[in-house]
Design a protein around this ligand. Structure first.
Ligand code: ADP
Length: 263
């Protein structure tokens, strides 16, 4: 009888702990929701006045006979406003891909075609650093199931990071392959690499490495947070392997589309 009483007591205690844990999870979810909504609202509120500031700046810059000091001051304001625009656009995108009420409408997407476009857009910045971009893709199309624009963003972010964090004259290799019911995209660079402790934080909003070589590059620290959210809401995952001073490989695995025509 004592044992039964003891077991019952434990069971009640366990149930209470479980209930409390459940409540805590609910509270955390509510807080996370609140945070996402706050980010979305603040970003929207900032966007309109910023658009107005940029319009006025453009107008002022076209005024004839401005002094050198006025022109350089306007140019500095323009750069700051553009940086702010990038941060706000990234925050808006982050909250859009984080919103459970805004799910993707998946269609077959030819990832090879997306990649070609992204390579095209990044060709100039790669050339500027005399980087070799190697592309390894099969001859047949590699078709994922997802949102074309969001997958474009994934490819663009990984490639532009590889270019940004790799010194001159090195090679960046992009590989695309179909693997059973998955599509695997990887981007390997011979760049500055990422320390193990940084690797753990890489996908957090606003994380930027304190490695001086990384700090020297411009950025918002939102790119990889966006990439991770996009990949995960597609039902995929992202992994990183890196050696400090040697280079990094980011690998994205996405669900493949069943055999149909691609968008
Ligand atoms: P951003 O590049 O705008 O700072 P990201 O979210 O894309 O933001 O990346 C976060 C951080 O991860 C970067 O600041 C950089 O320190 C590190 N990082 C990302 N990609 C690479 C890479 N290919 N090589 C080395 N470091 C990288």
């Amino acid at each position: 009888a004592l044992d039964i009483g003891h077991d019952l007591g434990r069971a009640i205690l366990n149930a209470r702990t479980f209930e409390r844990e459940h409540e805590l999870v609910q509270e955390l979810r509510a807080l996370d929701n609140y945070k996402s909504q706050l980010i979305a609202t603040v970003s929207h509120e900032l966007k309109n006045p910023l658009t107005s500031i940029m319009g006025h700046l453009e107008m002022l810059e076209s005024v004839p006979d401005l002094s050198g000091i006025t022109l350089s001051s306007l140019a500095a304001m323009d750069r700051a406003a553009q940086r702010l625009t990038r941060v706000i656009n990234d925050l808006l995108l982050l909250s859009a891909v984080d919103d459970p009420n805004n799910p993707i409408d998946p269609v077959p997407v030819d990832v090879h075609a997306v990649l070609e476009e992204v390579l095209d857009v990044n060709a100039v910045s790669a050339q500027r650093k005399s980087l070799t971009i190697r592309v390894e893709t099969p001859d047949e199309p590699v078709v994922a199931l997802g949102d074309r624009e969001e997958l474009d963003r994934v490819c663009a972010n990984l490639l532009s990071n590889a270019i940004k964090y790799t010194p001159e004259f090195k090679t960046v290799t992009v590989r695309l392959a179909a693997d059973g019911d998955c599509v695997v995209l990887s981007c390997t660079d011979e760049g500055i690499g990422i320390s193990e402790s940084d690797q753990e934080q890489l996908f957090r909003e606003f994380f930027r490495s304190t490695n001086p070589e990384a700090v020297a590059q411009p950025g918002t620290g939102l790119g990889l947070a966006i990439v991770k959210r996009i990949v995960e809401r597609h039902g995929g995952h992202i992994d990183v392997e890196s050696d400090l001073g040697k280079g990094s490989t980011f690998t994205v695995t996405l669900p493949a589309a069943p055999e149909t025509s691609a968008a």
